[in-house]
Design a binder for this molecule. Structure first.
Ligand code: SAM
Length: 286
Protein backbone atom coordinates (compact mmCIF):
# COMPACT_ATOMS: atom_id res chain seq x y z
CA UNK A 1 0.00 0.00 0.00
CA UNK A 2 1.36 3.43 -0.91
CA UNK A 3 1.41 6.52 1.33
CA UNK A 4 -1.21 8.06 -0.92
CA UNK A 5 -3.55 5.05 -0.58
CA UNK A 6 -3.11 5.03 3.20
CA UNK A 7 -3.83 8.76 3.47
CA UNK A 8 -6.98 8.52 1.35
CA UNK A 9 -8.29 5.48 3.29
CA UNK A 10 -7.67 7.26 6.59
CA UNK A 11 -9.56 10.27 5.26
CA UNK A 12 -12.42 8.18 3.85
CA UNK A 13 -12.93 6.35 7.16
CA UNK A 14 -12.28 9.47 9.24
CA UNK A 15 -9.37 8.05 11.17
CA UNK A 16 -7.35 10.79 12.87
CA UNK A 17 -4.07 9.08 13.79
CA UNK A 18 -3.60 8.67 17.52
CA UNK A 19 -0.14 8.52 19.05
CA UNK A 20 -1.36 6.40 21.96
CA UNK A 21 -2.51 3.66 19.56
CA UNK A 22 0.90 3.52 17.81
CA UNK A 23 -0.84 3.89 14.46
CA UNK A 24 1.79 3.56 11.78
CA UNK A 25 1.32 1.45 8.67
CA UNK A 26 3.75 -0.88 6.95
CA UNK A 27 4.30 0.17 3.33
CA UNK A 28 6.48 -2.71 2.17
CA UNK A 29 4.42 -5.72 1.13
CA UNK A 30 7.52 -7.92 0.76
CA UNK A 31 8.26 -7.45 4.47
CA UNK A 32 4.65 -8.38 5.25
CA UNK A 33 5.04 -11.56 3.16
CA UNK A 34 8.23 -12.49 5.00
CA UNK A 35 6.54 -12.04 8.37
CA UNK A 36 3.63 -14.29 7.40
CA UNK A 37 5.94 -16.89 5.82
CA UNK A 38 7.72 -17.39 9.15
CA UNK A 39 4.46 -18.45 10.79
CA UNK A 40 4.19 -21.50 8.42
CA UNK A 41 0.43 -21.17 8.27
CA UNK A 42 -1.71 -24.15 7.19
CA UNK A 43 -5.39 -23.99 6.20
CA UNK A 44 -6.15 -25.88 9.44
CA UNK A 45 -4.70 -23.03 11.57
CA UNK A 46 -6.58 -20.28 13.34
CA UNK A 47 -4.50 -17.11 13.29
CA UNK A 48 -4.95 -14.12 15.58
CA UNK A 49 -3.79 -10.72 14.37
CA UNK A 50 -3.76 -7.82 16.83
CA UNK A 51 -3.83 -4.28 15.44
CA UNK A 52 -4.39 -5.05 11.73
CA UNK A 53 -4.55 -1.35 10.80
CA UNK A 54 -5.43 -1.22 7.10
CA UNK A 55 -4.77 -4.92 6.58
CA UNK A 56 -1.29 -5.19 5.05
CA UNK A 57 -0.69 -8.49 6.90
CA UNK A 58 -4.36 -9.46 6.88
CA UNK A 59 -4.60 -9.67 3.09
CA UNK A 60 -1.73 -12.18 3.02
CA UNK A 61 -3.09 -14.10 6.02
CA UNK A 62 -6.50 -14.48 4.37
CA UNK A 63 -4.91 -16.09 1.31
CA UNK A 64 -3.44 -18.91 3.42
CA UNK A 65 -6.97 -20.32 3.79
CA UNK A 66 -6.64 -20.39 7.58
CA UNK A 67 -9.30 -18.90 9.85
CA UNK A 68 -8.21 -15.34 10.62
CA UNK A 69 -9.35 -13.38 13.70
CA UNK A 70 -8.54 -9.67 14.02
CA UNK A 71 -8.64 -7.47 17.12
CA UNK A 72 -8.55 -3.75 16.27
CA UNK A 73 -9.29 -0.93 18.70
CA UNK A 74 -9.94 1.89 16.21
CA UNK A 75 -13.57 1.97 14.97
CA UNK A 76 -12.68 3.78 11.72
CA UNK A 77 -10.08 1.12 10.86
CA UNK A 78 -12.57 -1.63 11.66
CA UNK A 79 -15.04 -0.04 9.19
CA UNK A 80 -12.28 0.11 6.56
CA UNK A 81 -11.31 -3.55 7.16
CA UNK A 82 -14.95 -4.69 6.87
CA UNK A 83 -15.17 -2.98 3.48
CA UNK A 84 -11.74 -4.02 2.17
CA UNK A 85 -12.29 -7.67 3.10
CA UNK A 86 -16.07 -7.87 2.63
CA UNK A 87 -15.79 -11.05 0.55
CA UNK A 88 -13.42 -12.94 2.86
CA UNK A 89 -15.27 -15.85 4.40
CA UNK A 90 -12.41 -16.92 6.65
CA UNK A 91 -12.21 -13.59 8.51
CA UNK A 92 -13.67 -12.49 11.84
CA UNK A 93 -13.14 -8.95 13.14
CA UNK A 94 -13.36 -8.07 16.83
CA UNK A 95 -13.53 -4.37 17.58
CA UNK A 96 -11.91 -3.78 20.95
CA UNK A 97 -8.86 -3.37 23.12
CA UNK A 98 -6.52 -6.37 22.95
CA UNK A 99 -5.76 -5.82 26.63
CA UNK A 100 -9.41 -6.24 27.58
CA UNK A 101 -11.40 -8.35 25.12
CA UNK A 102 -11.60 -12.08 25.68
CA UNK A 103 -8.81 -13.64 23.63
CA UNK A 104 -9.93 -16.25 21.09
CA UNK A 105 -8.39 -19.71 20.73
CA UNK A 106 -5.74 -19.56 18.01
CA UNK A 107 -2.85 -21.79 16.96
CA UNK A 108 -0.73 -18.91 15.61
CA UNK A 109 -0.41 -15.18 16.17
CA UNK A 110 0.92 -12.71 13.60
CA UNK A 111 1.00 -8.99 14.41
CA UNK A 112 2.78 -5.71 13.97
CA UNK A 113 2.05 -4.74 17.55
CA UNK A 114 1.13 -1.26 18.79
CA UNK A 115 4.39 -0.38 20.54
CA UNK A 116 3.02 1.39 23.59
CA UNK A 117 1.16 -1.73 24.78
CA UNK A 118 3.41 -4.38 23.18
CA UNK A 119 4.79 -5.55 26.53
CA UNK A 120 1.37 -5.94 28.18
CA UNK A 121 -0.07 -7.67 25.09
CA UNK A 122 2.89 -10.09 24.90
CA UNK A 123 2.63 -11.16 28.54
CA UNK A 124 -1.14 -11.48 28.18
CA UNK A 125 -0.75 -13.75 25.13
CA UNK A 126 1.84 -15.86 26.97
CA UNK A 127 -0.22 -16.31 30.09
CA UNK A 128 -3.73 -16.67 28.62
CA UNK A 129 -3.23 -18.57 25.35
CA UNK A 130 -1.68 -21.78 24.11
CA UNK A 131 -0.23 -21.19 20.66
CA UNK A 132 2.27 -22.96 18.39
CA UNK A 133 4.12 -19.81 17.42
CA UNK A 134 3.78 -16.04 17.31
CA UNK A 135 5.53 -13.82 14.77
CA UNK A 136 5.43 -10.35 16.26
CA UNK A 137 6.94 -6.99 15.37
CA UNK A 138 8.29 -4.81 18.19
CA UNK A 139 10.12 -1.57 18.68
CA UNK A 140 13.76 -2.62 18.22
CA UNK A 141 14.90 -1.59 21.71
CA UNK A 142 12.14 -3.60 23.35
CA UNK A 143 12.87 -6.69 21.23
CA UNK A 144 16.55 -6.36 22.22
CA UNK A 145 15.50 -6.55 25.88
CA UNK A 146 13.27 -9.59 25.29
CA UNK A 147 16.07 -11.63 23.73
CA UNK A 148 19.04 -10.24 25.71
CA UNK A 149 21.49 -12.68 27.30
CA UNK A 150 22.69 -12.50 30.92
CA UNK A 151 25.48 -9.96 31.11
CA UNK A 152 24.15 -7.82 28.23
CA UNK A 153 23.32 -4.22 29.11
CA UNK A 154 19.74 -4.85 27.85
CA UNK A 155 19.28 -7.85 30.17
CA UNK A 156 16.62 -6.77 32.66
CA UNK A 157 13.55 -7.85 34.55
CA UNK A 158 11.47 -8.01 31.35
CA UNK A 159 14.09 -10.32 29.75
CA UNK A 160 13.88 -12.73 32.69
CA UNK A 161 10.09 -12.73 32.89
CA UNK A 162 9.81 -13.23 29.12
CA UNK A 163 12.45 -15.97 28.89
CA UNK A 164 10.86 -17.76 31.86
CA UNK A 165 7.82 -18.31 29.64
CA UNK A 166 9.09 -18.17 26.07
CA UNK A 167 11.86 -18.80 23.62
CA UNK A 168 12.37 -16.34 20.79
CA UNK A 169 14.49 -15.86 17.71
CA UNK A 170 15.07 -12.72 15.71
CA UNK A 171 13.63 -12.91 12.20
CA UNK A 172 14.67 -9.49 10.87
CA UNK A 173 15.08 -5.81 11.53
CA UNK A 174 12.75 -3.30 9.82
CA UNK A 175 13.77 0.34 9.31
CA UNK A 176 11.45 3.13 10.43
CA UNK A 177 11.06 4.48 6.88
CA UNK A 178 9.23 1.29 5.83
CA UNK A 179 6.17 2.77 7.62
CA UNK A 180 3.81 5.67 7.10
CA UNK A 181 3.83 7.87 9.08
CA UNK A 182 7.52 7.26 9.81
CA UNK A 183 7.89 6.36 13.51
CA UNK A 184 10.79 7.57 15.64
CA UNK A 185 12.17 4.06 16.09
CA UNK A 186 13.26 1.01 14.07
CA UNK A 187 11.55 -2.36 14.52
CA UNK A 188 12.45 -6.01 14.99
CA UNK A 189 10.39 -9.08 14.14
CA UNK A 190 10.63 -12.01 16.57
CA UNK A 191 9.33 -15.57 16.30
CA UNK A 192 8.17 -16.68 19.72
CA UNK A 193 7.20 -20.07 21.16
CA UNK A 194 5.92 -20.85 24.62
CA UNK A 195 8.57 -22.64 26.63
CA UNK A 196 7.64 -26.22 27.51
CA UNK A 197 10.90 -27.30 29.16
CA UNK A 198 13.82 -25.77 31.01
CA UNK A 199 14.16 -24.15 34.45
CA UNK A 200 10.86 -23.89 36.30
CA UNK A 201 10.50 -22.59 39.86
CA UNK A 202 8.58 -24.57 42.48
CA UNK A 203 6.50 -21.45 43.14
CA UNK A 204 5.91 -18.89 40.35
CA UNK A 205 4.86 -16.13 42.77
CA UNK A 206 8.15 -16.43 44.67
CA UNK A 207 10.09 -16.43 41.40
CA UNK A 208 8.37 -13.23 40.22
CA UNK A 209 8.73 -11.53 43.64
CA UNK A 210 12.46 -12.37 43.63
CA UNK A 211 12.94 -11.05 40.08
CA UNK A 212 11.08 -7.84 40.95
CA UNK A 213 13.16 -7.50 44.10
CA UNK A 214 16.70 -8.11 42.86
CA UNK A 215 16.26 -6.43 39.48
CA UNK A 216 15.54 -3.17 41.34
CA UNK A 217 19.35 -3.27 41.86
CA UNK A 218 20.57 -4.96 38.67
CA UNK A 219 24.19 -3.81 38.98
CA UNK A 220 24.80 -4.42 42.70
CA UNK A 221 26.41 -7.61 43.98
CA UNK A 222 23.71 -10.22 44.42
CA UNK A 223 24.42 -10.41 48.18
CA UNK A 224 23.61 -6.69 48.46
CA UNK A 225 20.63 -6.73 46.10
CA UNK A 226 19.10 -9.70 47.94
CA UNK A 227 19.87 -8.15 51.34
CA UNK A 228 18.25 -4.80 50.51
CA UNK A 229 15.19 -6.49 49.10
CA UNK A 230 14.79 -8.77 52.14
CA UNK A 231 15.30 -5.85 54.54
CA UNK A 232 12.62 -3.84 52.67
CA UNK A 233 10.29 -6.80 53.20
CA UNK A 234 10.97 -6.67 56.94
CA UNK A 235 13.27 -9.73 56.93
CA UNK A 236 16.81 -9.71 58.38
CA UNK A 237 19.31 -8.61 55.77
CA UNK A 238 21.74 -11.39 56.84
CA UNK A 239 19.28 -13.91 55.46
CA UNK A 240 20.86 -13.13 52.09
CA UNK A 241 24.05 -14.94 53.23
CA UNK A 242 22.05 -17.95 54.43
CA UNK A 243 20.37 -18.17 51.03
CA UNK A 244 23.60 -17.71 49.07
CA UNK A 245 25.41 -20.32 51.21
CA UNK A 246 23.07 -22.88 49.71
CA UNK A 247 24.08 -21.86 46.20
CA UNK A 248 27.38 -21.78 44.36
CA UNK A 249 29.59 -19.50 46.50
CA UNK A 250 30.66 -17.43 43.48
CA UNK A 251 27.08 -16.28 43.10
CA UNK A 252 27.19 -13.71 45.91
CA UNK A 253 29.55 -11.53 43.89
CA UNK A 254 27.61 -11.94 40.66
CA UNK A 255 25.26 -9.12 39.73
CA UNK A 256 21.54 -9.73 39.03
CA UNK A 257 22.14 -8.51 35.45
CA UNK A 258 24.49 -11.48 34.89
CA UNK A 259 22.37 -14.26 36.40
CA UNK A 260 21.27 -17.16 34.26
CA UNK A 261 17.60 -18.16 34.37
CA UNK A 262 18.56 -21.47 36.02
CA UNK A 263 20.37 -19.58 38.80
CA UNK A 264 17.39 -17.30 39.45
CA UNK A 265 15.13 -20.36 39.58
CA UNK A 266 17.62 -21.97 42.01
CA UNK A 267 17.44 -18.92 44.28
CA UNK A 268 13.64 -18.87 44.12
CA UNK A 269 13.59 -22.53 45.16
CA UNK A 270 15.84 -21.84 48.18
CA UNK A 271 13.41 -19.07 49.18
CA UNK A 272 10.54 -21.52 48.73
CA UNK A 273 12.19 -24.04 51.08
CA UNK A 274 12.86 -21.32 53.67
CA UNK A 275 9.25 -20.28 53.46
CA UNK A 276 8.10 -23.88 53.91
CA UNK A 277 10.30 -24.11 57.02
CA UNK A 278 8.74 -20.91 58.38
CA UNK A 279 12.08 -19.06 58.31
CA UNK A 280 10.78 -16.31 56.03
CA UNK A 281 7.36 -14.75 55.61
CA UNK A 282 5.17 -14.16 52.59
CA UNK A 283 7.63 -12.07 50.50
CA UNK A 284 4.72 -9.77 49.60
CA UNK A 285 5.57 -6.11 49.33
CA UNK A 286 3.53 -3.75 51.58
N1 SAM B 1 -0.79 -4.04 11.20
C1 SAM B 1 -0.79 -2.71 10.63
C2 SAM B 1 0.44 -2.53 9.77
O1 SAM B 1 1.42 -3.25 9.97
O2 SAM B 1 0.43 -1.66 8.91
C3 SAM B 1 -0.90 -1.61 11.69
C4 SAM B 1 0.14 -1.70 12.78
S1 SAM B 1 0.10 -0.31 13.88
C5 SAM B 1 1.79 -0.40 14.44
C6 SAM B 1 -0.76 -0.85 15.33
C7 SAM B 1 -2.25 -1.09 15.17
O3 SAM B 1 -2.77 -1.53 16.44
C8 SAM B 1 -3.10 0.11 14.77
O4 SAM B 1 -4.01 -0.31 13.80
C9 SAM B 1 -3.85 0.50 16.06
O5 SAM B 1 -5.11 1.10 15.83
C10 SAM B 1 -3.99 -0.86 16.73
N2 SAM B 1 -4.08 -0.83 18.21
C11 SAM B 1 -3.48 0.04 19.07
N3 SAM B 1 -3.74 -0.28 20.34
C12 SAM B 1 -4.53 -1.39 20.30
C13 SAM B 1 -5.14 -2.20 21.30
N4 SAM B 1 -4.97 -1.95 22.61
N5 SAM B 1 -5.90 -3.25 20.91
C14 SAM B 1 -6.07 -3.53 19.58
N6 SAM B 1 -5.51 -2.79 18.59
C15 SAM B 1 -4.75 -1.74 18.93
Amino acid sequence: MSEHQIRSLLQKYQVGLKREFGQTFLLNKQIARTIVKHANIMPSDTVLEIGPGLGVLTSILIRTGAKIILIEIEPGLVRALRDIFENAENLKIIQGDALEVELPDASKIVSNLPYNVASQITFRLLSEMYFQCAVLMYQKEFADRLIANPGDSEFSRVSVNFQYQAIAEKIMGVKADEFYPVPAVDSTVLKIKQRKSGPKAKDDDIFHALVRGIFSYPNKYLRNALGIWLRNLGEPRQLADKILNQMDERLSETRPRSLKLSQIVGLADVLFELQQEGIIGSLKEE
